[in-house]
Design a protein around this ligand. Structure first.
Ligand code: ZN
Length: 148
């Protein structure tokens, strides 16, 4: 089994995981994201306390890549501070753009590194990055809420 197969397994496994697929009561904020080219459509909810992400969950539909990317992203971000989460999201987007990351930045991505070679499938790039862009605007939204 080569590295790509291992990653494919991880992606497929996460696509079928319902661990983070639910709604959160008293969420701090939520954001809708969609990728018209594929039909992926999700809503992400986040709950934070004192600058720390206590929980993230999502609802919606989409292809295996988008559902898996959302699920893995949530796994990686729960427990992080809002500042750390912003960094991780930036690192992921840079990874997909094939920008050079430091070892520490790669490590911050956890299992999301499975999407490293998604740029070899240009049609699927938006599926993988859509949840992360949605999270990016969600984090900006929270920042605005907190500085009000
Ligand atoms: Zn898709």
């Amino acid at each position: 089994m080569n590295e790509l197969d291992l990653y494919t397994d991880l992606i497929m496994e996460s696509a079928n995981s319902n661990l983070h697929k639910h709604t959160i009561e008293n969420a701090t904020a939520s954001e809708h994201g969609h990728n018209p080219s594929c039909g992926d459509d999700i809503t992400i909810q986040i709950k934070c306390d004192n600058g720390v992400i206590e929980d993230i969950a999502f609802t919606g539909v989409g292809c295996a890549i988008s559902q898996s990317s959302t699920s893995i992203m949530i796994d990686v971000l729960i427990g992080k501070t809002l500042i750390q989460a912003k960094e991780v999201v930036k690192n992921f987007i840079n990874l997909i753009k094939r920008e050079k990351l430091t070892k520490k930045q790669v490590a911050s991505l956890g299992n999301a590194i499975a999407f490293e070679n998604i740029s070899n499938m240009p049609a699927r790039v938006k599926c993988a990055t859509m949840p992360w862009h949605t999270m990016e605007s969600l984090l900006t939204k929270i920042n605005e809420l907190l500085t009000k």
